[in-house]
Design a protein around this ligand. Sequence first.
Ligand code: GLN
Length: 474
Amino acid sequence: MTVPVVGVLALQGDVREHERALAECGLRSRSVRRPEELAEVDALVIPGGESTTISRLLVSFDLLEPLRDRLRGGMPAYGSCAGMILLGRTVLDGRPDQQQLGGLDAVVRRNAFGRQVDSFEADLDVAGIEGGSVRAVFIRAPWVEETGPDVEVLARVPDVPAAGAAAGRIVAVRQGRVLATAFHPELTGDRRVHQLFCETVRAAVAQDAHSKRSRAGGTRSTTAMSGHSKWATTKHKKAVVDAKRGKMFAKLIKNIEVAARIGGGDPDGNPTLYDAIQKAKKSSVPGENIDRAVKRGSGADADAAEYQTIMYEGYGPGGVAILVECLTDNRNRAAGEVRTAMTRNGGSMADAGSVSFLFSRKGVVLLGKDQDVSEDTVLGAVLDAGAEEVNDLGDSFEVVSEATDLVAVRTALQQAGIDYDSAEAGFLPSASTQLDADAARKVFKLIDALEDCDDVQNVYANFDVTDEVMAEVG
Ligand code: GLN
């Protein structure tokens, strides 16, 4: 399950307040000022402020067209006050050059209740929000004067002096995935309007993921990322019981040595070392080997090797992109070993940079399901620490975050009393190639050969296999 990211348009207005409200509703938020940032969010909040200014800034920040595109493409959006004005089809009493985003088929009257002096508060019944009325803060607020056929009216202000409509002025509306209020819910402690929007966002993200999967013709329930991890953990378990155990130990030990060299020999002050030791312990590497590696790395021992990290890139059978991470004290030997393993197993080397862009550096924490925790419990524990995804891998859960949030994520698990098996940074593919059984066999063979090289520390590949293929290949 992916935690949706909700952007808050941060050109002007109550940005922080909305970010806080979203976080309290359990979604991740980030401010959006540039088109690249807009491209990364699942939904957007357009805060109150001054619609004429925001409209001008949208143009100068090159956001106007990208934002219109996203709204046409079905991105969920919530506009408060000035945000409502911007989302409307037409604005009355606006400036002549004011730009409309057009996600909402409505005519909105700007400054409808009067100027600043006429700010007021009211208790409103809002359709879709339970538990009593919502305290609404109106500041030079607009109202909706006309609604299109698809627009649902959620709330009205009943007794505005001189209000024309008997039923009251429309101040909250929804059209599909677009929600707008004339008032500012971010200024009270009441999170129910944001919660309503967050429900829309969650449903929209789930629906889009579902239709994307059915378009691709697959019935997989896992993401591209977890496909690879799932295979890797199954394989990892097998490796422990067979002859590869020795090689695996050597790699875990090397990790410890290098971590101690870079950040010092005290695991309490060196999280990478802490994680490297934890992983080795979980894989039953003897304690004395671990201690020796820490000493070697931190310089307490004279015969320590000078390891350097080198990345190689290549293609495997079926066009699978492969990233090989070496940790070696002999560059030439590492290059030779990798090349040989590649060419003997249907792979080929590629130029630096030609496949690495398909991967991004992520933090991955794995935790076993043998302890009694649900996916929701895990998600609840890691959300505030920056987790982006919690994936169910069958026997374990995988928590993915930015690499820089890795320590925060695993610390959050520790604080919640949840035991984890490993926490490390690695390269995860942003998109994967689906393999059939034949191609999968070939790719597994190549990866095995690469992992057999003493200088190879990790192999990353952008493939995915279904459970059926996995069972067939064994
Ligand atoms: N009157 C302002 C406008 O025209 C809106 C005020 C607000 O967002 N609080 O944008």
